[in-house]
Ligand binder design. Sequence first.
Ligand SMILES: [Zn+2]
Length: 213
Amino acid sequence: MNMTESPRSKQKMRQLLKEHFRYHTGNSWNRATSYARNIKVRKLGLDRETELKCYDMLDIPESFDEFSAILHDFAIRHDYAWQIGQNGRSGGYLVLYQGGKKDSGHKTCCTDCFIPTWYETRQPCHVEGCSGTLELLRGPLWQPFTYPGRGTDDDCDYESWSHEDLRRRLILVKDFDRTCDLAVESFIHFAKSHKITEEEVMVPKTVKVAVAI
Ligand SMILES: [Zn+2]
C-alpha cells in the first residue's frame, strides 16, 4: 500500500479500521471483539443453485480441507501471532485472533516413529512395537496457541496511533480480508465441483458369541 503521510491518509486508514466488521472472539457475554467476516452461506451473495450446493457441503468434512489450509497459511505467515478462527453458532464468522507459539516442553524424539516425548535421557522408545531410540531434541518444539478471549482494537478510536501503526494494522487487516475471500472461494469452488452421493460402508463390529467347549 502506498499511502503518503498526510493527515488525510491517516484519516482514511482510521476510517477503514473503524468501519471494519467486528465479532466476538469468545462468547457474546465476554465483550472482547476483533476484526471479522460473516461467512454464513446466505450472506455470500450466491445464486440459489450454488447456495443449495453449499448447504449440502456443510456436513462434509473434506469440503473444508482447502478452506482450513488457507486459514492455516495465514497463521504461518504471521508466525501464529495472528490467526483466523471460526466463531458464532455453527461457525458463521471468521475472526482475527491473537496467539503465539510456546515451547511444547518435549525433550526427546524417537529416531524411528518420530514421536516427541518428555523423557530426558537416551533410552529405547516407549511406543509399543517401536524399536527406535529416544534422542535429545536439537531445539524446542514450538506449539501454537490462541488467546480466545482477547480482543483486538476494542473500543479503539485510533486517534493516538502513528501513521506507521495505522499502516501496519491495515496491512494485517487487508491480509485477513483477502485470506477470508480465498477461503470462502475455495469452499464455493469445492461445492460447485462436487456432488453428494450416498455410499454404504462396512463397519467392523465386535460381538460376543458363545462357543461350545
Ligand atoms: Zn518410536
